[in-house]
Design a protein around this ligand. Sequence first.
Ligand SMILES: C[S@@+](CC[C@H](N)C(=O)[O-])C[C@H]1O[C@@H](n2cnc3c(N)ncnc32)[C@H](O)[C@@H]1O
Length: 238
Amino acid sequence: MKPNQKSQSPKKNQVQKMFDSISFEYDLLNAIMTFNSHKRWKKNILNIAKKLKPQTALDIATGTADIAINLGAISNCEVIGVDISEQMLNVGREKIIKMKLGKSVRLESGDAENLNFKDNYFDLVTIGFGVRNFQDLEKGLSESFRVLNAKGTLIILETSVPENRIIKLFYSIFTRTYIPTMAMIFSKDKSAYNYLLNSAELFPSGTKFKDILKSVGFRQVQIKPKLFGSSTIYIATK
Ligand SMILES: C[S@@+](CC[C@H](N)C(=O)[O-])C[C@H]1O[C@@H](n2cnc3c(N)ncnc32)[C@H](O)[C@@H]1O
């Protein structure tokens, strides 16, 4: 499975099945693989979002709904999370019930590349570790653009490869040793983690990703590297 191929390949089905199969261990593995930093980065997204005072927010590729749940803390904001993996959504739904957030956060089955929402509806769109799984990256980003209103903001969190050569070397050693070892110990589906690793290395990051955002129409793209550039938050306006 290659990241972001545009052909009529079954990538989307494979991605959906893969996330269905790792849904129960996803949160644990995410914590282990990012040394729990993903929680801090997701809080960063919430802090950026709060300043925008959105009344409507869409979390695309919401998975187990961490970001959607965080956004649920914004008062008077309707939050919807969508994902193609029903099993990931089910884990998210249980968390929402436990946290009694059912009135502000709703999860729906939905494809980032074909969103079931009208044009210009959302004040905010967020996508955490989702874009590199899209079958057609430009199509997915164009859909985010379409559903955002004229003053809307897109916030993306995605893995990236550090630009500094020495840090990049350490990053490479780390991702090829620690992550496969952890996947071997904790995961039922080793191939899923090979895919996640390869797609992270091949995915365009930093200024390359900024150029793609601009090519689909986004403006004022900000790049905020996290943990030596191993992940990046991108903020863009419509
Ligand atoms: C790595 S998980 C990220 C989950 C969550 N956003 C987070 O930050 O932890 C990627 C998610 O993207 C979803 N996904 C992949 N392609 C998608 C698409 N075309 N539309 C909607 N969701 C998609 C997968 O099902 C999976 O739940």
